[in-house]
Design a protein around this ligand. Structure first.
Ligand code: CTP
Ligand code: MG
Length: 400
């Protein structure tokens, strides 16, 4: 039988060096609160059985908002005045579950990969206490109080240490309890407690990307790194037509517009949203609105088109991408669109969960020419710009 593997995520700090209105772990990177990305990495990992967040008592409400919809983190416990105290609170909360191993990780390191978690678990199983470390590229010198070099250290024997640090639960819990009992509260990482307790700590390979977000500059750099990785930039177009019929309003861009006519067609016949859905699906090369929501299926009769757009946007997020821009052109003689332009942009932005400055909406008549000119129907054309993670050049070279 293999024992439980738990993770303690410490997030009770105040983030003073980063500044900003809220503690840094609740600030967003690429549209997601940092703590949420960190928790997700552990909650999504098949070998982690329990995830125990440790938060500051002042942050309960902001924590709940940040994790809404995440599956199954344990209820958070309150941390202490130091990182060491916060870790101890997390370990105490786990003790009754008797985990075999525990990984202790900073909420402020959201970029770790699942491979790093695998290595941490393997190393803790093998040695009982293990930390991720990376080699030092620069020469490191020791100096005295007057900034005079006293020694050039042998960098081949130096490692920069990160989290998750991984331990047999009993070993680290006992070390924390003993340190607290003698009033030692100044250890800056958990391995140092094990070293103080006289036990061996091994080092496994860390990750250069697993940085601790500490300053405001770190946020800017993290954001740029994320955007730069979404280098597979795609443009999709969509087109839709519906005929006018009897009625007193049309739905356009998710907004109800009073009119002397209505429209017939699929669902609520919102041509702007339908064209946008096709534009996004086109950018993803994932079929069209009809292949996902067949007009022959009675459940879509009269349905609000919001859900089709929300679905297409969710497909982008599932592929770990982002919608960079949406743009629509509506063609009709009437109703007049411009009075409703901003309401439609606002509604589209809401459904797509992007900011309103990423939604364009124009309208034109067709100078009384053709079916739109005769007032028989309404047309929308849309363009979606979607950014997906870059998956390698061979995709484009070989036309795969
Ligand atoms: N931490 C904690 N309890 C504390 C102090 C820190 O749980 N009393 C957590 C932080 O929330 C963070 C991790 O320990 O996830 C690493 O600490 P650090 O990067 O120093 O974060 P802060 O202490 O919040 O930042 P600062 O030192 O700039 O105030
Ligand atoms: Mg700190």
């Amino acid at each position: 039988m293999t024992g439980l593997v738990a993770a303690v995520i410490v997030a009770a700090g105040r983030g003073e060096r980063a500044g900003g209105g809220v503690p840094k772990q609740y600030r967003e990177i690429a549209g997601e609160p940092m703590i949420r990305a960190t928790l997700r990495a552990f909650l999504d990992h098949a070998r982690i059985d329990l995830v125990q967040p440790v938060i500051n008592r002042a942050d309960e409400a902001i924590y709940r908002a940040a994790i809404a919809g995440l599956k199954n983190p344990s209820p958070p416990v309150q941390g202490g005045a130091t990182r060491q105290a916060s870790v101890r609170c997390g370990l105490e909360a786990l003790a009754s579950r008797k985990p075999e191993l525990v990984l202790i990780h900073d909420a402020a390191r959201p970029f770790l990969t699942s491979a790093l978690i695998d290595r941490a678990i393997a190393a803790a199983k093998a040695t009982g206490a293990a930390v991720p470390g990376i080699a030092v590229a620069d020469t490191v010198k020791q100096i005295d109080g007057a900034a005079i070099v006293t020694e050039t250290l042998d960098r081949s024997r130096l490692r920069i240490v990160q989290t998750p640090q991984a331990f047999r639960f009993d070993l680290i819990f006992r070390a924390h309890q003993r340190a607290a009992a003698v009033g030692l509260e100044s250890f800056t990482d958990d391995a140092a407690l094990v070293e103080w307790a006289g036990q061996r700590v091994s080092v496994f390979e860390g990750e250069r990307g697993n940085v601790k977000v500490t300053t405001n500059d770190d946020f800017a750099r993290a954001e740029m790194t994320h955007i730069a990785a979404l280098a597979d930039i795609r443009t999709g177009n969509g087109f839709d037509v519906h005929a006018f019929a009897d009625g007193d309003h049309i739905m356009l861009g998710g907004v109800r517009i009073a009119h002397s006519r209505g429209v017939t067609g699929h669902s609520d016949a919102d041509v702007a949203l339908h064209a946008l859905v096709d534009a996004i699906l086109g950018a993803l090369a994932e079929g069209d609105i009809g292949s996902h929501f067949p007009p022959s299926d009675p459940q879509w009769k009269g349905a609000s088109s919001d859900r089709f757009l929300a679905f297409a946007c969710e497909r982008v997020r599932q592929r770990r991408g982002m919608i960079a821009h949406l743009d629509v052109t509506v063609v009709c003689e009437a109703p007049k669109i411009s009075p409703h332009r901003d309401a439609m942009r606002k509604r589209i932005a809401e459904i797509a969960a992007i900011s309103i400055d990423r939604v364009g909406l124009k309208a034109t008549t067709s100078e009384k020419l053709g079916f739109t000119g005769r007032g028989e129907g309404i047309v929308a054309m849309a363009t979606a710009t979607v950014r997906l993670p870059w998956t390698g050049l061979q995709d484009t070279r070989h036309g795969r």
